[in-house]
Design a protein around this ligand. Sequence first.
Ligand SMILES: Nc1ncnc2c1ncn2[C@@H]1O[C@H](COP(=O)(O)OP(=O)(O)OP(=O)(O)O)[C@@H](O)[C@H]1O
Ligand SMILES: [Mg+2]
Length: 250
Amino acid sequence: MAIIEANNISLYYGQKQALFDINLAFEKNTVNALIGPSGCGKSTFLRTLNRMNDLVPNVTVTGEVRIDGENIFSPTTDLVNLRKKVGMVFQQPNPFPFSIYDNVAFGPRIHGITNKQTLDEIVETTLKQADVWDAVKDRLHDNALGMSGGQQQRLCIARVLAVKPEIILMDEPTSALDPISSGKIENLIYDLKSHYTIVIVTHNMQQASRISDNTAFFLSGKLIEFDKTAYIFSNPKDKRTDDYISGRFG
Ligand SMILES: Nc1ncnc2c1ncn2[C@@H]1O[C@H](COP(=O)(O)OP(=O)(O)OP(=O)(O)O)[C@@H](O)[C@H]1O
Ligand SMILES: [Mg+2]
């Protein structure tokens, strides 16, 4: 069974339809790239997977998203638990304006962990997992806003890992970063998939082909094609996919 299953998802901003009957399933421990031209609905679709669109006024969603078999649009869904299970990393690193330590400890504290030794362990382990521990271990109590952009983004990944999610959604997580920082995040994403399922929006075709197992191509709110990344980039079935990945539009 797929860990994430989107069935017949349509989404409207007011009267305007932004997603048209999307059906997609993602397997556990895979990296899945969402690609397509600006405005095609990648971010909108990504946000349906942890109900972030609930925060946007006048949004209507039809269809269902099942995570571990449970429909997350059900009225009984606990949103705090949903967002613990399905973490999100944004385009701009967005650490809270407090210490590096408190950024990572924030989620675990919300979920009731107060023991200092436990929190210390979570902070160290997740900063190591996010490959930023060595850079910050001597200044854990400094303000996170004093870190470089690339370090801040790795901190944001550590902050997500700290609540032990199953799924991590990433919306263009490297587009604000220099090539070296982007490369580090790409390596990290690749390593994370042994424990997590990742859905990542990217405009960078090389990035999609380097790090993802499967790729979904969106166009004008519709899913055109979803397949193994190697096929999408070598032998797509749809001419529009071929045109996009070979740079003929978008
Ligand atoms: N909050 C909103 N209110 C109204 N319309 C929106 C809102 N967010 C997105 N849209 C519209 O929905 C469509 C899809 O937008 P979305 O942001 O999902 O595209 P995208 O593929 O992520 O684009 P980009 O690559 O530029 O980030 C666009 O037409 C956009 O204008
Ligand atoms: Mg977007």
